[in-house]
Structures are given as C-alpha cells and as structure tokens.
Design a protein. Structure first.
Ligand code: RET
Length: 272
C-alpha cells in the first residue's frame, strides 16, 4: 500500500510539473500529434501493398508511429518519468532530476522495428538481422540502466559505454554490411538515403544523452533535453518511415523480386 501511494504521488507530481512547463509538454504533445497523423497516413499509403515482403516492411513501418504514440503518452502522463537523485560528482549531484526513462524503454520496441524495416528492404539474411536487432535492444536497455543508476557516477558512464559498444555493432552493419545486400536486392538507392538519415540522426541520441541533464548536464533544462530527443525522433521515425513506405508502395516489383527473407520461401525456390 505504501509503495502504491508513493508511486502515485510521484506520478502526479511529474504530471503536474510537465503540464506546467510549456517547453517540456510541447516537446511531448508535438510527437503525439505527428505520430497519430503518420499512423493514419501510413495506413492509407499501404492500402495497395501486395506481396509478403512488402507487407512485412509495411507492418514494421506502421509499428514505428504506433509505438511512438504509446511512448509519448506514457511520458506526458507522468507514468514513465521519475525523479532521480544524481550521484556525487554529477553536475546536479544531490538534486532530484526528472528522468524520462520511458524513452529508453520504448526505444527497445521502436528501434527494432526501424531496423527490421531497413533489413527487409536490404534483404539481409536472418542471422544478420537477428544479431543487429539483439545488439540494438542491448543498446536501449543499457542506455536505460545508464539513466537510472543513482549509486555511482562511474557506473552511469560505464553503462553508457556498454550501450555505445552495442551501438557500434548496429552502425557497422548499416554502414558496411547491409549496403552490399541492398545492392544485390536492387534497393540500394533508397537504402543509401535511409542509411545516411539513420546514421546521422541516431548519432545524435548519445550526444544528447551526454550533454543533457542525465549526462554532463551542459544544459540543466529537462525541456531542452526533451526537445532535442523529440526533434531527432521526427526525422528518425516519421520522416524515415514516410520515405521508406513511399518507395515500397511505388516499387513493389523490386521488393517482391528478391525473397530470401520472404516468410513463404523455404529451401526450394518459390514457383511463381
Ligand atoms: C543512448 C545512451 C547510451 C549510449 C547510446 C545511446 C543511443 C541511443 C540511440 C537511440 C535511438 C533511438 C531512436 C528512437 C526512435 O524511436 C541510449 C542515448 C549509444 C541510438 C532512433
């Protein structure tokens, strides 16, 4: 009973604090609105998509804004934010800082969808896809740990570095391995565009963590830190998904032509 009361008090405190901070609440509401519009648009854009691989890409792409709506609603309600007392040595040591830990948690659902869509587009093999998605989930969960550790500053950065190591695996695959697969699948042009967009924007996230309230606290504003993540999200999720889906809808023959990841493809080639 006691712990429930504490949880509720913290949640409504957070809700109130967010509602009273225009900078912070706008960074969340803008994304809820854009994610909602994107989801509707993507359903419409995918209405004529045929073929197992194209539909698979479409389903993964549609999940991106759907996870985003859930994520941002969790943040705006105060459910997935908490007050973290920063350890000794941190710029805000001893202060209770609002942590949007729900972001890191829900990235563990949204980023695999982005990589799944990208991997299916490049027609990479399943073991590659699994490895990269597993590393990506590792990156998000250790990023969550980095944000939540309150006992030691060194261990916060320790988790940050572990997360970066997982991130290197993801970057390596996108930059050096998947382009070859995409060329073989005939999707290299759009893959090249999405690769640049993804690599550039994804690199922004660890930078925001490092300079934001949870890291070096070069800015002590939760609103500014939140806006930085929200702005990156607009490009890395909605713009990414829009460009991908527009291309898939217009190039369905190319997508159906190579079918190594097609769920119906077994050891024998398909006879159609
Ligand atoms: C953290 C901090 C620890 C080190 C690293 C990070 C990387 C995060 C990334 C997030 C990408 C998120 C996206 C979300 C879309 O929904 C966790 C910030 C390396 C790359 C694209």
């Amino acid at each position: 009973m006691v712990s429930t009361a504490v949880l509720q008090a913290t949640q409504s405190d957070a809700f109130e604090q967010i509602s009273n901070d225009l900078l912070l609440s706008s960074s969340l509401w803008v994304n809820i609105a854009l994610a909602g519009l994107s989801a509707l648009l993507f359903v419409y854009m995918g209405r004529n998509v045929e073929g197992s691989r194209a539909k698979f890409i479409w389903a993964a792409t549609l999940m991106i804004p759907l996870v985003s709506i859930s994520s941002y609603t969790g943040l705006v309600s105060g459910l997935t934010v908490g007050f973290i007392e920063m350890p000794a040595g941190h710029a805000l040591a001893g202060e209770e800082v609002m942590s949007q830990w729900g972001r890191y948690l829900t990235w563990a659902l949204s980023t695999p969808m982005i990589l799944l869509a990208l991997g299916l587009l490049a027609d990479v093999d399943r073991s590659d896809l699994f490895t990269v998605i597993a590393a990506d989930i590792g990156m998000c969960i250790t990023g969550l740990a980095a944000a939540l550790v309150t006992s030691s500053l060194a261990l916060r950065w320790g988790f940050y570095l572990i997360s970066c190591a997982f991130f290197v695996v993801v970057l390596y695959a996108i930059l050096f391995e998947w382009p070859e697969d995409a060329a073989a699948a005939g999707t290299d042009q759009i893959f090249g565009t999405l690769r640049i967009l993804t690599v550039v924007l994804w690199l922004g996230y660890p930078v925001v963590w490092a300079v934001g309230v949870e890291g070096l606290a070069l800015t002590t504003s939760v609103g500014i830190t939140s806006w930085a993540y929200s702005a990156l999200d607009v490009g890395a999720k909605y713009l990414f998904a829009f460009l991908l889906l527009r291309w898939v809808a217009a190039n369905q023959e190319t997508v159906s032509a190579s079918a190594s990841t097609d769920t119906t493809a077994g050891a024998a080639p398909a006879d159609d």
